[in-house]
Design a protein around this ligand. Structure first.
Ligand SMILES: Nc1ncnc2c1ncn2[C@@H]1O[C@H](COP(=O)(O)OP(=O)(O)O)[C@@H](O)[C@H]1O
Ligand SMILES: [Mg+2]
Length: 297
């Protein structure tokens, strides 16, 4: 069974997309079969992995983007998967095993104009379609916007694990607290749509600190986050008993920003010296920790 993990925090700009793109790429590099869903209308993960030109073509036509499973409803999830998405300049496949379901700007209509069937919410429809492709993957990852509106609900409904990217600041902690509150509410209202095959409802398993500057001590924000995590654990509020702050933290490195422009995961950007190697190794270490930190089945 695929591990299904949503990366979410009720705070933007903490590094959800950068983490998920690089984690997905490192997993694929290790031979895992990975499917990444982009649920953020801003389309950052899609533009990153497809590069602007390929993404523009999908954005112009709208077909093949995630929203087409709802509107016009002719495509299914399986039709939207772009296999081995990372390509070089001549279209050569650089990272076999990393597949993407891209989004385009039309996803914003899911939150507004779109009128779902009142008896069958959008996340339930998505869950049915995901079941058709799930067996082909080891990891299915969901890049969520900083909210729990319809697009995110898809990921949070089907995922069993939640990872919370955080920066060492008060706003990330507030974002985490708000996330738990909204998640619990969503889980109450969606519970009747769950099936036994889906496994347990999503719980937080990990907090990942991102964009950490060298020589900056983050013990205090880490301690505050740990306290909050413990509190939610004790209250059994959507935090798994084994949830932890990951030992691996991702350093702040210019190359992460550059990698977006180049349309590549960090480790494929090329030999950029020590900084690139070290942040690429942070992502690799994080992936090793993720593989070891699997929930008991
Ligand atoms: N480790 C890092 N070092 C430097 N910049 C980073 C790092 N991680 C993310 N960023 C930058 O921070 C900004 C927000 O990151 P992003 O992944 O888009 O966050 P989110 O998805 O949470 O909104 C982007 O400009 C990104 O390039
Ligand atoms: Mg993002």
């Amino acid at each position: 069974m695929a591990r299904k993990i949503a990366f979410v925090n009720y705070k933007g700009g903490v590094g959800k997309t950068s983490l998920i793109v690089n984690v997905a790429a490192c997993l694929a590099q290790r031979g895992k079969r990975v499917l990444l869903f982009d649920f953020d209308t801003q389309s950052n993960a899609s533009i990153w992995l497809l590069k602007l030109e390929r993404w523009n073509r999908i954005n112009a036509g709208g077909t093949g983007s995630f929203f087409s499973i709802y509107d016009p409803g002719t495509a299914r999830v399986k039709d939207c998967i772009i296999r081995d998405v990372v390509e070089g300049k001549e279209g050569q496949k650089l990272l076999p095993g990393l597949d993407l379901v891209p989004t385009t700007f039309n996803l914003v209509d899911l939150e507004g104009e779109y009128k779902p069937d009142p008896k069958r919410p959008t996340f339930a429809l998505f869950a049915d379609q995901l079941a058709e492709v799930e067996g082909s993957y080891d990891f299915i990852l969901f890049d969520c916007p900083p909210n729990i509106l319809r697009a995110s609900q898809n990921g949070l409904f089907v995922a069993n694990e939640i990872y919370v990217p955080a920066n060492p600041d008060a706003l990330s902690l507030i974002g985490f607290t708000l996330l738990i509150e909204k998640l619990l509410r969503f889980q109450q209202t969606s519970a009747s749509f769950r099936t036994a095959a889906m496994g347990p409802a999503a719980q937080v398993y990990g907090v990942v600190f991102n964009s950490i500057k060298v020589n900056v001590d983050i013990e205090v924000p880490k301690m505050r986050m740990q306290l909050r995590l413990n509190q939610f654990k004790a209250q059994k509020r959507a935090v798994a008993p084994t949830a932890k702050i990951f030992d691996t933290q991702i350093r702040d490195a210019m190359i992460v920003r550059r990698a977006v422009t180049l349309g590549l995961p960090v480790f494929l950007v090329g030999t950029e010296g020590a900084e690139a190697d070290s942040v690429a190794n942070d992502y690799r270490r994080l992936v090793t920790e993720m593989i070891e930190h699997a929930p008991a089945r």
